[in-house]
Design a protein around this ligand. Structure first.
Ligand SMILES: *[C@@H]1O[C@H](CO)[C@@H](O)[C@H](O)[C@H]1NC(C)=O
Ligand SMILES: *[C@@H]1O[C@H](CO)[C@@H](O)[C@H](O)[C@H]1NC(C)=O
Ligand SMILES: [Zn+2]
Length: 655
């Protein structure tokens, strides 16, 4: 399970079933849940083992390792079917070649049918260059030296930015301004070398990459050494700089501070001239001063090779590199997210279903929010009136967006307009060419934010990063105060519209409560209901009971304390919402298992899995998460009659 969390996004981490389509959803969900239970393991000793013990055996041959991946797998399967249908339709005379489906199909077909040679890294490099009038070094005509004096690394990075390539030497992003989310600014910082595709690989793999790019064998060994050495020096520079505070400067000030020609660089990124009074957000002066010295003393050819190698790693990371139908559908979801969302919605969720789902999810969310407002009113944290009111206002303004589509606009015309200027002018299938084409398209769309006013809540959609675009996990967008629930999440066994409320609350409800709590975790509190930095946060975060609560939650140390807050406060919220609010509108007469046990068993579905426990990104592993949530949670111990333990501390409380 891979979870991506950036400053902007907090996705939640997370079974299939031999479904009997005839049976009632309650019985289906119940028998699915029970099929994972390992009766021999005691619920009190190890709940994960008890509730999920038979997951691995049941899913031994499946290409997913937990529930959201399973939902994604279903989405992908559906989209493969849809692509087949489109292929059929495309042969009929009435097929509209400039429609959204024609464009999505076109990229899908390219992925399926393009010759393998058009996926080669050398081919990508032939289609690109480090600047208008200069080739990559190893493509210099035979017998002619590569004109290294004409190579300028900043110019190259500005030039390659059109493909969304950044975070090499310099990181540049178009982000909402910290102080006013209505205005986007270019944000300049040092690169991160932590992520998978954010640094060179081992020596041997670097060598292999150079060879795949067409660098002759005899020069690749010394080159691999040199570019790896260069990267080590860059890494040292990033480790020395500890500035994590982005400030607003005019370009002129920022040039003066660092000694770089930023204006040319920015102009090449945005594709038009800009004033030196343009405001940018920037940080890491120390890093940039060091980088300048490093670049001045490094051979331009080595820098060019370094940039080229990182560019190739970036491209590789942005493709499934496979022409299998399911992988090509993933490629389409990644690169043409809005198109696949629209086509999925239109084909697999008719208007009535969509309306019903939206209503149900909204209703659950509103109940959770109402209960949270009551909790705020109880004021466990002893906040001042102003502080309480800030938190309450923020909770009231959280917007739920189902399907990541603008709520107030017609989806088809909105998406058609979005893709209006995406064209595939040439008829042959060339994977690299179209991949680069789509990367350029995506980057243009991102940069458009710089010139536009912020969307109103009714127009809002989020231009998701490729990795979250391929996933059905919900996420909270801190800078927008929006929770996005992808359509893929609203499927069995995660959600069944006609099932008993106890199922809806314990799984979907938990996930919504988790995301809601991200709006008031240590990071979320920094932003007000509109997503802007505000004054009241420092008072709340440093209030004695808030600090004590966070410290308590961190007794068993976690790197991801905000995730733990969201888990534990989310469970507390959803459990009390369901069991205290008279929501038990009907008997759970489909089973003899007591309701609290059903609740916890279904909650566990989110965490059951058979993935490698070291594979969790930005979250503790699922077993740890479940255990941390249930440890000391009184309703859980009551539900299973677990003996009180002397070492069991009081459950930590925050909100
Ligand atoms: C074809 O699709 C485009 C883009 O959605 C639309 O503008 C155009 O009107 C459509 N043409 C026909 C004949 O429907
Ligand atoms: C910390 O973890 C250990 C082992 O998982 C557990 O025994 C203990 O109860 C936990 N403590 C808290 C406060 O959660
Ligand atoms: Zn989370």
């Amino acid at each position: 399970m891979f979870w991506i969390a950036s400053l902007l996004i907090f996705p939640i981490c997370a079974a299939t079933t031999a479904q009997n389509a005839e049976s009632h959803p309650n019985s289906r969900l119940m028998s699915n849940i029970l099929s994972y239970v390992e009766e021999d393991s005691s619920a009190c000793d190890n709940y994960y083992q008890h509730a999920c013990g038979r997951y691995a055996a049941r899913h031994i041959d499946d290409p997913f390792t937990e529930i959201t991946q399973m939902l994604d797998h279903k989405v992908n399967g559906n989209l493969v079917q849809l692509m087949d249908e489109l292929q059929q339709r495309s042969r009929s005379p009435g097929f509209n070649e400039s429609s959204v489906e024609a464009k999505a199909l076109r990229f899908y077909q390219t992925c399926r049918d393009a010759p393998q040679s058009t996926r080669k890294m050398e081919h990508y490099l032939r289609l690109t260059s480090p600047a208008e009038a200069i080739t990559w070094p190893h493509f210099a005509p035979r017998g002619e030296p590569w004109p290294k004096d004409h190579f300028n690394w900043m110019q190259a990075l500005g030039h390659l930015y059109r493909y969304g390539f950044t975070n090499v030497l310099v990181n540049v992003l178009a982000l909402p301004s910290v102080k006013n989310r209505d205005h986007f600014r270019l944000d300049i910082s040092m690169p991160s070398l932590e992520g998978n595709a954010q640094h060179l690989d081992s020596f041997l793999n670097t060598l292999a990459t150079l060879n795949a790019m067409g660098v002759p064998k005899k020069s690749s060994i010394p080159l691999a050494r040199k570019i790896r050495r260069l990267e080590s020096a860059i890494r040292v520079l990033t480790e020395v700089d500890d500035d994590d505070n982005s400030e607003t400067w005019t370009l002129r000030q920022w040039e003066h501070l660092t000694g770089y020609a930023w204006q040319d660089f920015i102009e090449s990124i945005v594709g038009h001239s800009v004033s030196n009074q343009l405001l940018v957000q920037a940080q890491n002066v120390k890093y940039f001063k060091g980088l300048k010295r490093l670049m001045d003393s490094t051979d331009a050819e080595v820098v060019a090779y370094y940039i080229m190698t990182r560019f190739v790693l970036y491209l590789l990371d942005d493709s499934m590199d496979s022409s299998e139908p399911i992988d090509c559908v993933k490629d389409v979801r990644r690169t043409m997210t809005l198109a696949s969302d629209l086509l999925y919605e239109e084909r697999f969720l008719d208007a009535a279903t969509l309306q019903q789902y939206t209503q149900e999810v909204t209703q659950i969310f509103d109940q959770l929010r109402r209960h949270f407002l009551l909790q705020i009113g109880e004021n466990r944290l002893g906040l001042t009136r102003e502080q309480s009111s800030m938190v309450a206002t923020k909770a009231q303004h959280v917007v739920l967006n189902i399907g990541n589509m603008p709520r107030g606009l017609d989806h088809r015309s909105f998406v058609s307009r979005h893709y209006e200027d995406l064209v595939f002018p040439l008829a042959d299938f060339d994977y690299a060419r179209e991949h680069l084409n789509l990367l350029e398209f995506r980057t243009r769309k991102q940069l458009l934010h710089l010139d536009q006013r912020a969307p109103s809540p009714g127009e809002f959609f989020y231009l998701a990063e490729p990795s979250s675009a391929m996933s059905s996990s919900p996420y909270y967008l801190m800078r927008y105060n929006v929770i996005v629930v992808p359509h893929g999440l609203l499927q069995e066994p995660f959600f069944a519209a006609d099932s008993h409320d106890i199922f809806k609350y314990s799984l979907l409800g938990f996930v919504l409560a988790h995301e809601l709590m991200h709006s008031v975790d240590t990071m979320g509190l920094q932003f007000d209901s509109y997503g802007n930095v505000h004054e009241i946060d420092p008072q709340i975060s440093s209030s004695p009971r808030f600090e004590a609560g966070v410290q308590c939650l961190n007794q068993n140390k976690t790197q991801y304390v905000d995730e733990r807050i969201a888990d534990i406060a989310g469970l507390d919220l959803v459990y009390s919402t369901y069991f205290q609010n008279n929501l038990r509108r009907s008997q759970t007469d489909f089973t003899t298992i007591p309701p609290p046990q059903i609740f916890f068993l279904n909650l566990a579905q989110f965490f059951c899995g058979d993935g490698d426990p070291t594979n969790f990104v930005d979250h503790d592993n699922d077993q740890m998460r479940l255990q941390q949530m249930l440890n000391g949670f009184a309703p859980f111990h009551q539900a299973y009659g677990c003996p009180a333990r002397s070492n069991q501390s009081e459950k930590c409380q925050l909100w």
